[in-house]
Ligand binder design. Structure first.
Ligand SMILES: Nc1ncnc2c1ncn2[C@@H]1O[C@H](COP(=O)(O)OP(=O)(O)OP(=O)(O)O)[C@@H](O)[C@H]1O
Length: 348
């Protein structure tokens, strides 16, 4: 297997705040293969952006490792990182914040080409025209400034800029959520087309379950700083194992009129607990409709099931048998705990 474009190993990003330590990312292990789109989902505050920012070293991890194309960049200085920066880019939620208002679109898109010594002068101008065409803009847009363009056009420009140097990895953090609903689909389609044509790896961070189902090959689900489930997209949507994933996906619209897939809506009680003081045992137990005593005291490891999928839940058996969070009855939960064989840690 070729080296993944992104490898996060036990990634940690803890922030020191007045109330203590915020465990925004707390042991995240994740890979993005060459040409693969990995979706990162989870409710607001679960740590997705923190992981995305650490992955492109816009933020400093406090533990674990970040490898890009096999190179450990976790503690590399800005200076040593500079030549590698061509390989990875982040597309932000709000394009206005990442585009310099004093520069023309042409200068914005050409800047990475110049910085990495790839093209200048006429060659850079020709490349910019080509890139603008690829993102659905006209050559004359090169002379405009970001404020003269719509939100959708600005996001197309940040995508053109990010892809100008042919990166191996693109981290897209909610790339459409700041846009009008009417243009979200066209920007997503553009990303999907470019990804297919150019084959870059992509970490796609989103709240939009329909978008992630459409774009991602694989999905990782985050809860309170940790990954609780990872699976190929179709398998995750067809058969979510973790009670949190079941609840999250139960809120998704049913996009396929042929299969008429339906899911009973699972409404979780309470808010996401504070990452300043995560609950003991399974972090999800305070909101899990299936939680049993073991969940309150014993931390479930993220383990690989027989099928190769990964899940961290005491109630999911190695053969993938999982209880249904939509039909919780205390007796069921206790029964499933007793009847499902668990792979317990050696020390337990
Ligand atoms: N610089 C910081 N200092 C202190 N806490 C922070 C900092 N940045 C993020 N956090 C906290 O870390 C947690 C995770 O934040 P993060 O933005 O990564 O979540 P998210 O899943 O991306 O949320 P959203 O979907 O709303 O963007 C939150 O509790 C947030 O308040």
């Amino acid at each position: 297997m070729s080296t993944p474009v992104l490898q996060l190993d036990s990634l940690e990003r803890h922030f020191t705040a007045s109330g203590g330590t915020v465990r925004a990312a707390d042991g995240v292990t994740l890979t993005v293969g060459r040409g693969e789109v990995v979706g990162l989902v989870g409710e607001s505050g679960s740590g997705k952006s923190t992981v995305g920012r650490c992955a492109v070293r816009l933020d400093e991890p406090t533990g674990g490792t970040v490898r890009i194309n096999g190179t450990d960049v976790t503690t590399m200085s800005r200076r040593s990182l500079r030549p590698l920066r061509k390989d990875f880019h982040l597309v932000f939620q709000d394009p206005s914040s990442s585009l310099d208002p004093r520069m023309t679109v042409g200068q914005i898109v050409a800047e990475p080409l110049r910085l990495h010594g790839i093209a200048k002068g006429e060659a850079a101008r020709a490349r910019v025209a080509e890139l603008l065409a690829q993102v659905g803009l006209r050559p004359e847009h090169a002379d405009r400034h970001p404020h003269e363009l719509s939100g959708g056009q600005r996001q197309r420009i940040s995508i053109a800029r990010a892809l100008s140097v042919d990166p191996a990895l693109l981290v897209a953090d909610e790339p459409t959520s700041a846009l009008d609903v009417s243009v979200q689909a066209s920007v997503l389609n553009l990303l999907a087309d470019l990804q297919r044509d150019r084959g870059f790896g992509c970490l796609f961070i989103t709240h939009d379950l329909a978008a992630v189902e459409y774009l991602a090959d694989r999905i990782a689900v985050m809860y309170l700083g940790q990954i609780v489930e990872q699976a190929p997209t179709a398998e995750l949507f067809a058969d979510p194992k973790h009670p949190y994933t079941q609840a999250l996906l139960s809120a998704a619209p049913v996009p396929d009129p042929v299969t008429q897939r339906t899911r009973e809506r699972i409404v979780l009680s309470g808010e996401l607990p504070s990452p300043l003081a995560p609950p003991p045992g399974c972090r999800f137990h305070t909101r899990c409709p299936l939680a049993v005593d073991r969940c309150r005291t014993e931390i479930p490891a993220l383990r690989t099931l027989d099928s190769g999928r990964e899940v961290s839940c005491h109630l999911v058996a190695d053969d993938g048998t999982a209880p249904d969070a939509a039909a919780p009855r205390p007796a069921d939960a206790e029964t499933s705990l007793r009847t499902i064989p668990h792979s317990r840690p050696a020390s337990a």
